[in-house]
Every structure is written in structure tokens, then in C-alpha cells.
Design a protein. Structure first.
Length: 150
């Protein structure tokens, strides 16, 4: 879906070559080439042949929108599963929680990717782990990935 900048989104999957008629069992959105744009990985499942095929669709869209990424690492006794990332700008806040089982036969990376639109400044990012540990990044740089480990 693509924002029409007015009052919603338009389905443009066929126009961008991301609409498939085959049975797909897994879809992952992740920044494979670390350029700030989420790419798509789709698995085709062929029940008759009992085989699978991976399609990798690199995001080639040109954008002036800002972004920030956080690679949330686990450590002994402190898993990433259940961690919550809160991001604050002057006008907006965003929340992402890491969970398992949110995509059939697939596991997303433990990366929080936030599209910031025209926001060119992040006031702070908070990462909360299920054991109560919290890490705060004040005024982190945008347009890059940050490594966060409890």
C-alpha cells in the first residue's frame, strides 16, 4: 500500500511487482542491504512438489523521508523477545514490541526500523526489556542503525 497523501492508501502491489498469485507462507519486511529502506522476503510454497522458493525484493524507491534503526541485541538471561522500544520526536511517539509468532513460518529480525517522515530530530529512544532493564539514547543520530545491548 502507498500513501496517497490525502486520506488513505492505495494498493499498488501489482504495479511494484510485489503481488503474487501463488501460495505464500512467510513474509518478512527487513532492511537486507542496510540502506534504511525495508525490503521484502516472500516464500512461495508448492504443496504438490513439497518445496519452497524464496523471493527477495529489494526496495528501490527513492525517498526524502528520514528514518532511524535500532538493532536490539539480547544477552545471557535477557532475551529480546518482549522488549519494547519507545521513540520520541517533538511531535510524535512510536512504540514497537518484539514478539515471536507474528508471521506464519517466519521470524523477523530483532531490529526496530522507524520511518520519521520529515522529522529530522529524535529527542530520545527508550528500550525496555522484560526483566525491567532500561536503556535510553538521548538525541540519537538519524539515518543510521544503532546497536543496543542490555
Amino acid at each position: 500500500f502507498l500513501s496517497n497523501n490525502k486520506n488513505g492508501f492505495n494498493n499498488v502491489a501489482f504495479l511494484f511487482g510485489t503481488a503474487f498469485e501463488f501460495d505464500s507462507r512467510a513474509v518478512i519486511a527487513a532492511d537486507i542491504d542496510v540502506d534504511g529502506l525495508n525490503d521484502l522476503l516472500v516464500v512461495q510454497y508448492d504443496a504438490n512438489a513439497k518445496q519452497q522458493r524464496l523471493f527477495v525484493m529489494g526496495n528501490q524507491l527513492s525517498t526524502k523521508s528520514k528514518w532511524i534503526g535500532l538493532n536490539i541485541n539480547d544477552s545471557p538471561g535477557v532475551p529480546t523477545n518482549g522488549a519494547i522500544v519507545k521513540l520520541f520526536t517533538k511531535t510524535q511517539s512510536f512504540i514497537k514490541q518484539f514478539v515471536t509468532g507474528d508471521s506464519f513460518t517466519a521470524q523477523h529480525p530483532s531490529t526496530a526500523h522507524f520511518g520519521l517522515g520529515k522529522n529530522d530530530f529524535v529527542e530520545k529512544v527508550e528500550v525496555h526489556w522484560p526483566n525491567g532493564k532500561k536503556i535510553t539514547l538521548n538525541q540519537p543520530a538519524i539515518g543510521k542503525y544503532h546497536q543496543i545491548t542490555p
